[in-house]
Design a protein around this ligand. Sequence first.
Ligand code: NAI
Ligand code: MG
Length: 333
Amino acid sequence: MSTICLIPGDGIGPEVLASARQVLTALALPLEFIAAEAGWATFERCGSALPAATLAAVQAADATLFGAVGSPSQRVEGYRSPIVELRRALDLFACMRPVRTPALPQARPNVDLVVIRENTEGLYSGLEQRDTDRATTTRVITRAASQRIVGWAVNYARAHQRHHITVVHKANVLRETCGLFRETALAVLADAPDIQWNELLVDNAAYQLARTPEQFDIIVTTNMFGDILSDVASVWGGGLGLAASANYGPRTAIFEPVHGSAPDIAGRQRANPLATLSAAALMLEHLYYLAAAERLRQAINHVLRHGPHTPDLAGSASTADVTTAIIHLLNDR
Ligand code: NAI
Ligand code: MG
């Protein structure tokens, strides 16, 4: 029996997590669900975006499926993004975001890459300060965390028959922080002769990703660069409505779609649930329900090939229509 913590969050988060819960239930696995809350609505109700009970539930669970939260862009006293907080508090140091050519007509062929990013420090260290007209953020890069993430990327490559790693940084300008990341990464790769590698400055990496994504196998980078590059890369995988993300740490793991709370489409059943369902497949794999993960992936591919499709994929189906189609496919096999 595995315990899964479900955190719907805000905006389309509850819509896509409802879909995931139904689909996971249809797989008839020994799963027990625990619901927990986080996000903006939670903050407005109880003054904390990440209540202690939620943190405890995530810690106690075998894995967590997270929807999305809406974090305001204006400054709100006491509010911090709960997903960033969870990654740090639980030492979920490795964020992994796969992007593959989707089973959609006219998709760009031969894209198969993974963005791996350090998930606990960098520009999302949370060390920010504002004095009236001047604000600073402390970008923390440590040798230990850089070594750990690049070492993780090397192990990931070996475990998944991947052979090439691109180290992305901006060490020409950020000489100390990116300099330390780069230097540490290259030392780790020097000890991995079976892995080929290159390095790219982040601006060029964004350009290359937008232009010729086929050239990439694994990208390893720091926290915010990885956040931005994974949204760019997601375009080749069918967009944010399909992109999945995993956050791994020594004790637990959180799975989520790459997208946010999408307030522009929230509450209208227009959200594509497939990003969250792909994240659920990664979660099942992590929990060693390998056959179930594969069944779910095949159902997702079938829906990509034959529909129904939500509006982000130029269709007119609702979140519920796609969910129902997936469940029918799972029940048929
Ligand atoms: P977003 O990722 O929520 O949306 C970007 C665009 O993609 C929007 O046009 C949206 O409609 C579309 N989109 C996203 N997911 C979709 C889906 N499943 N199906 C169809 N279309 C989809 O990014 P945005 O709008 O910049 O941020 C909105 C809020 O989300 C902000 O408050 C932000 O802080 C938060 N956010 C939360 C994240 C998290 O919880 N992990 C990650 C990113 C943003
Ligand atoms: Mg992001």
